[in-house]
Design a protein around this ligand. Sequence first.
Ligand code: ADP
Length: 449
Amino acid sequence: MIKKILIANRGEIAVRIIRTCKLLNINTVAVYSTADKEAYHTQLADESICIGDAPSKNSYLNMDSIIEAAKGTGADAIHPGFGFLSENSTFARKVIDAGIIFIGPEPEVIDRMGDKSNARASMIAAGVSVVPGSKECIATKDDCIEMANKIGYPVIIKASSGGGGRGMRIVYEESDCVTAYEQARSEALISFGDDSVYMEKYLVNPKHIEVQLLGDKHGNVVHLFERDCSMQRRNQKTVEEAPCDVLTQEAKERLYADAIKAAKYVNYDSVGTIEFLVDHQQNHYFMEMNTRIQVEHTISEMITGLDLIKQQIRVAEGKPLEFTQDEITLQGHAIECRINAENVKANFAPNPGTIKTFHVPGGQGIRIDSAVYAGYTIPPFYDSMILKLIVHAPTRLEAIKRMRVALEELLIEGVETNIEFQYLLFHDPIFVSGRYDTSSLTKFIEEVK
Ligand code: ADP
């Protein structure tokens, strides 16, 4: 039984994890950088330890400092949250070597699925449908051109260690191929310290649909249905919803079956997500796996009534799943809006600063996951997402209406935010129809400029 968890993260996800720990009577240790002394997660935990100064590399990415904090406070487990060290197998190994439970999958699984090119190879071996593309990393410029001709343009060159939409280049014709290859490699090296890249067919305007999974150490894996995360700006999600009403039931069943097959193939034993691209004929292709809790896990919680952090802690303790697939039922529709401190008119540039007014909506089916408050100064060093506004309603249309009302009530003053932008988006006919794809948000931005 886990008695004390150190949360190796900050912001709303740290707060989210602490809340569940409190419900489970598990003691919590927050870690914070010097910039986060006044942060909500620092105040909410039972104990708080400063692990370094503001830049992430000196604090939230400082493995030894975090592990020392866990040892010093007698924490028996570490929850990595998302981002930072959450998909770093070296960190997971160090935690385990220190005799502490890592709340996540086995390090070998992170290695296998965390590297996108390795993950593709595993999924091909597992018999899961993947985006057509290269089997291995591309070693030379000539290989790159040859591969692109084989796959057929357009193609996308992607960093094997990629994330957050970085290290990707779309190529429409042969004359651009070598430049794109070199750019993708150098961006990958700068961002991830690894310049290996691979190639996929670039699907035209697909949907990004992902399946939430939960596995235990006894070989059981269940899914918690799908999320539509196609509303993206520069490959970054802005709005997510569950379920996806425009997919046929047959297409959904195929997605769930492939997601479970993928997870079982790698003995997946924690919460995780398989991301797919779905084309206009509703064919799906494996894109990548996230071996951690995700920002948008909240909407899957709303439609199933489950607490995914609680489940993640239980399976990390070695307990078998509390329910079978048939016992998980889908209720209603949930949507999440990411509220960022950013200046929409200045090309969505981050806008840190002090929050002067902070008023949040309430009422039936409204959930706020946040770590900010009136008087709080958002530090410039981290992510600009300050709040997740989540609604749950019996139907999709009711959820959209509920979100409109909630966005009208939400008031944040002192920093620029995307609240008004989100409000406009919830009136966009394409969004409301549900028939949007990964290109729709970019088109919408052009229209409202
Ligand atoms: P990251 O891990 O950096 O977020 P992903 O591999 O998840 O990168 O891709 C992010 C987004 O890029 C996808 O949601 C999709 O919109 C787009 N994308 C990625 N691969 C393809 C592809 N082969 N065809 C079309 N769009 C793609």
